[in-house]
Design a protein around this ligand. Structure first.
Ligand code: GLU
Length: 492
């Protein structure tokens, strides 16, 4: 059975590229009826960040990617390890690595290297100076059996000749000349394994059949394959997915905007929109379909259809996706999802659960509907409807004047309109009635619609762009509408 893995270093946050790797690994496994595990690669102690694992797991959980095995969150959000091949945290597997390195030393496939950092620095400098490829020169390769007590590292004895090749599911056949492969370090001076050693031992012992990862790991793969053969283990299948770049063809980095999954969550992107968007970064079904739920992706995904070229992370397209998904939500769920954002801005006080906010008379459903179909993110939505909560709006009187009209005319129209609206009873205060009453009157008087609806809308929203006046009046209710219009009249 197919088994993939998300092997992640807890360096602080989940990069969007990491989420894409996890998604492709997940989709590949699910599309073949397989499973996926999550492993924490924390052997680089210098890069370890407190709380990073929790962060990672929460981000993945938010995105909807569930793991069958490995490090997961339980129902109470505690970190637990699931499965028979654990531990799934590399720093808890040191004994396993020690046992396995012994096998390689005994079979003369690996060797202890006593070279000092100074010697290695010197070596690199002189190689650079002589324009030679940099790498270890093999000084300790044949020191067999040396028992000195000096500190050492352990290196793989890479064959000096031949080629190492593999069939990549995306890139096709990839070959490397062994001459150019360094005698890579397997165990560091602190006794910890390197990434290369741990990843091979773990993938093998955990039964991983398919390694799917970012392109930046391609040059590591021959090292891994050599290690598999040193152990006499079959190597897994490989697929290296192309990099993500920004519109300027640069690597996606924090310097150029949001890159962590948490950033996108905080900006009010819906997980299903983000997932849909990143699934189509470098992959498509070959037709023009663009909208896929995670369940649909699980059925449709095919790793061989992933393109070889770097994929552009087009933020405008992401906004388009998010807007589509916001539009598709039923208004109750939209209100539900927007609550934390309303709570953040302070206009809604509440526990964050649907229906539990404290402010009286606020119907979030009606309010979010104003922007459903207009806003691209939940943050934008909440900002855009901020005027609904304001007691008094702040805007320049000129804003109330439609095109070639005048302040006097705007004032006259608003005053007349106020009289019409006051006639509508509270029970009949709804969008349809309002619209009908106002339009009948406009027609009767042969006014231009702009001269009436523009100032009306601005008194209610205080903004140049906003939802229509009847939608807003309906949300505000009769008293609030009347008082906002009176304020508009008073400043003209
Ligand atoms: N620990 C590596 C990372 O954080 C995993 C690379 C791999 O998938 O082999 O990206």
């Amino acid at each position: 059975m197919i088994k993939t893995r998300f092997a992640v270093s807890p360096t602080g946050f989940l990069h969007i590229g990491g989420l894409r790797a996890a998604l492709f690994q997940y989709l590949f496994a699910k599309s073949q009826g397989g499973t996926i595990l999550l492993r924490i690669e924390d052997t680089d102690r210098e890069r370890f960040v407190e709380g990073a694992v929790e962060n990672l797991l929460h981000s993945l959980d938010w995105a909807g990617i569930k793991f069958d095995e490995g490090v997961v969150l339980d129902n109470s959000s505690n970190i637990v390890q699931n499965g028979d091949n654990g531990p799934y945290i590399q720093s808890e597997r040191l004994k396993i690595y020690q046992e396995h390195i012994k096998t390689l030393l005994d079979s003369n496939k690996a060797y202890k290297c006593y070279c000092t950092k100074e010697r290695l620095d010197e070596l690199r400098k002189s190689q650079e100076l002589n324009k030679q490829p940099t790498g270890y020169d093999g000084k300790c390769r044949d020191l067999n059996g040396s028992n000195t007590n000096d500190p050492f590292i352990i290196r793989l004895k890479v064959p000096e000749e031949g080629i190492t090749e593999f069939q990549d599911k995306i890139r096709g056949k990839v070959s490397f000349d062994n001459k150019l492969i360094d005698d890579q370090v397997l165990i560091k001076a602190d006794g910890f394994p390197t990434y290369h050693f741990a990843v091979v031992v773990d993938d093998h012992l955990m039964g991983v059949t398919d390694v799917i990862r970012g392109d930046e790991w391609v040059s590591s793969t021959p090292k891994h394959i050599l290690l598999y053969s040193a152990f006499d283990w079959p190597a897994p299948n490989y697929a290296h997915i192309p990099l993500l770049i920004n519109e300027k063809k640069q690597k996606l980095s924090k310097r150029h905007g949001d890159v962590s999954v948490e950033d996108f969550k905080e900006k009010g992107y819906l997980p299903e929109a983000l997932i849909n968007f990143i699934a189509l970064l470098g992959w498509n079904t070959g037709d023009d379909r663009e909208i896929f739920s995670l369940q649909e992706l699980e059925k449709e995904f095919n790793i061989e259809q992933v393109g070889k070229a770097a994929a552009v992370f087009d933020r405008t397209k992401l906004d388009w996706y998010n807007k589509q998904y916001i539009m598709k939500l039923d208004t109750n769920s939209l209100a539900d999802r927007a609550i934390p954002f309303f709570v953040n801005t302070g206009v809604v006080k509440g526990s964050g659960e649907m229906g539990k906010w404290g402010n009286e008379g606020i119907d979030l459903k009606k309010i979010v509907k104003l922007e459903q179909g207009r806003a691209s993110t939940l943050v934008e939505l909440v900002e855009n409807v901020g005027f609904v909560f304001a007691d008094e709006l702040n805007y320049e009187p000129e804003l109330l004047v439609w095109k070639k009209s005048t302040r006097e005319d705007a004032k006259d129209k608003l005053e007349e309109l106020l009289q019409i609206l006051e006639l509508i009873p509270e029970e009949g205060w709804n969008q349809e009635n309002l619209q009908k009453m106002v339009f009948d009157w406009i027609k009767e008087k042969s006014y231009s619609t702009g001269d009436v609806l523009w100032p009306m809308r601005v008194t209610l929203s205080g903004q140049k762009n906003s939802p229509g006046p009847f939608e807003i009046a309906n949300v505000l209710g009769k008293n609030n509408t009347i008082s906002k219009m009176k304020h508009g009249i008073s400043i003209l």
